[in-house]
Design a protein around this ligand. Structure first.
Ligand SMILES: NC(=O)c1ccc[n+]([C@@H]2O[C@H](COP(=O)([O-])OP(=O)(O)OC[C@H]3O[C@@H](n4cnc5c(N)ncnc54)[C@H](O)[C@@H]3O)[C@@H](O)[C@H]2O)c1
Length: 439
């Protein structure tokens, strides 16, 4: 495509509707955080769009604007939040239930949060077995559910006065589904919708509705959702930006920081055992083996792609990688992730690294939701469509073009993100070659 530039990107005029299927811990932490940040009552730490800078040109030029000054992003003041959930609690009640944010953060924005009422969700229960949704759309065929979601989108955009919308899936993790013939083409998927094909899950219905309505869509869970050829083809045909999947937050974030470092020194790794305890609703859903399988697949790919065992059989050819998630209610959202890494160095001598990450799931995920909403909207206005690989740094299992392996190394992902931003704005990419300073 012809590269966009500062003059061809459509301006971020008017309000941007941020549509969140799933108004649980992550969604409410995001919404409350944005509301607090725009009143100056909280700082959006962890969000690149709000906190990071970008170097432009040579190191001697001293041009390092904040991303939010460099890019024509929607401002936090212009965001309006819409959501769907299968439970009727508004954003305030749901945030209280999630127990992520304390009263000192929820109370100042209580009225605004109470106004975010979820629209009834589309819920075929076989895809999330641990939940019994009560706030759901009446029975209908899947094809009709897509139509109802499309109506919801149009109604919300109209009533909120937004000029455009973007969606980020913050709903529960669904059971593991492998892509099948129904996911192959737009036509086979449309036939599947008419025939209630069991391969089509709830999240796929939301994604399909969004793409059909011209709404860019990011997937924060490990579900198939938009990660199949038919959705990607529809996104191309409609000119819509999509991204996924599974927010890269606690343990996997650590993995993609540490593994590239070990590989940079050609240190061998014999085993990597990761386990977590968490007690939020996400943990409860993941206690179901079929939902856990989706998460496991998403988490396991990371090391394989970073270490490239086929290229480095001696260092990584026999790596044993195991991931466990244990539902442990007393911990709530304050997850604890342990990693034991068995590595080896010079002459094969063994060493170990232990990580104990006392993190907070939704505190790590909220800035990702905000960044994805703002950057997908930017990408859409810049004319980018289909898979947005430049947003890989936000995902555990980044989607990539067919035949292309995904890039998991956080540092490569960050370079890709920033170079895409430079490219979008007509600035030259930075390769870090740096010969010019010495010639
Ligand atoms: N927090 C993190 O660090 C993190 C990291 C990676 C991925 N994720 C994923 O993000 C998602 C949200 O996490 P969370 O902690 O907010 O979970 P949560 O359980 O608190 O919230 C999920 C919400 O989705 C709702 N839901 C389920 N099916 C729905 C449907 N069909 N339509 C509408 N709503 C539906 C549930 O009722 C619930 O309120 C999960 O899939 C989780 O695996 C979270």
């Amino acid at each position: 495509m012809i590269p966009p530039n500062a003059n061809t990107i459509k301006p971020a005029q008017g309000k941007l509707a941020v549509l969140l299927p799933g108004l649980g811990a992550v969604a409410t932490t995001t919404i409350a955080g944005v509301m607090l940040a725009r009143r100056g009552l909280g700082r959006p730490i962890g969000s690149l769009t709000q906190c990071a800078t970008i170097r432009l040109g040579k190191r001697t030029e001293n041009r390092t604007p904040a991303l939010k000054d460099f890019l024509p992003l929607a401002s936090l003041d212009d965001l309006v939040f819409g959501a769907w959930d299968i439970f009727p609690e508004n954003a305030y009640e749901s945030a209280k239930h999630a127990e992520v944010l304390e009263a000192r953060h929820l109370d100042p924005v209580k009225d605004e949060l109470c106004a975010v009422q979820p629209m009834p969700g589309v819920f075929f229960p076989q895809y999330v077995k641990r939940l019994n949704g009560t706030h759901v759309k009446g029975p209908a065929r899947k094809v009709e559910m897509v139509e109802r979601l499309r109506e919801d989108i149009r109604d919300f955009v109209r009533s909120s006065g937004a000029t455009r919308a973007v969606a980020v899936w913050c709903g529960s993790t669904e059971v593991y589904i492998q892509p099948g013939p129904v996911h192959e083409t737009v036509e086979s998927f449309e036939k599947g919708l008419r025939e209630d094909d069991p391969g089509i899950s709830n999240s796929q219905l939301y994604a399909w509705a969004c793409i059909e309505e011209g709404v860019p869509f990011a997937n924060g869970a490990p579900n198939l959702t938009v990660d199949f050829p038919a959705a990607q083809e529809l996104a191309r045909r409609r000119g819509i930006a999509i991204a996924g999947k599974d927010f890269k937050t606690g343990q996997t974030l650590m993995k993609t920081i540490l593994a590239p470092g070990l590989k940079a020194r050609m240190l061998g790794v014999a085993g990597w055992f990761s386990t977590n305890i968490l007690g939020n609703r996400d943990g409860e859903v993941l206690d179901d083996p079929e939902s856990f399988r989706s998460k496991e697949v998403s988490k396991l790919g990371v090391l394989e792609y970073i270490f490239q065992p086929k290229l480095y059989p001696e260092q990584y050819g026999n790596l044993y990688h195991k991931v466990r998630i244990e539902y442990y209610p007393p911990r709530g959202d304050a997850k604890e992730g342990w990693d034991n890494i068995d590595l080896f160095g010079w002459l094969g001598y063994p060493m170990q690294i232990k990580i104990d990450f006392l993190c907070r799931d939704s505190i790590l995920a909220a800035p990702i939701v905000l960044d994805l909403a703002l950057l997908l909207d930017l990408g859409q206005r810049a004319g980018l469509h289909g898979i947005q690989e430049w947003l890989s740094c936000y995902f555990k299992s980044p989607m990539a073009a067919p035949g292309l392996y995904p890039e998991h190394d956080l540092f490569i992902q960050l370079m890709k993100l920033k170079n895409t931003m430079r490219w979008m704005m007509g600035e030259s990419s930075i390769t870090h070659l740096g010969r010019e300073y010495y010639d």
